[in-house]
Design a protein around this ligand. Structure first.
Ligand SMILES: [Zn+2]
Length: 54
């Protein structure tokens, strides 16, 4: 059963993408994080957009 409701899709989408990932250790951090909570690296990247599997 695919999710077709655009509103729901958007919510799920934003929740899943609203994260940053540490390039050093791969930890998932909050979107507003400036440092990795695990290794304290500043090398964070936003989670990639595109792959859309809900
Ligand atoms: Zn890290």
């Amino acid at each position: 059963m695919p999710v077709t409701d655009p509103v729901k899709v958007r919510i799920v989408f934003e929740r899943r993408l609203n994260k940053t990932i540490c390039r050093k250790c791969g930890a998932i951090n909050p979107p507003n994080a400036k440092k990795c909570r695990r290794c304290r690296s500043k090398d964070l990247r936003p989670k990639k957009k595109g792959a859309r599997k809900v």
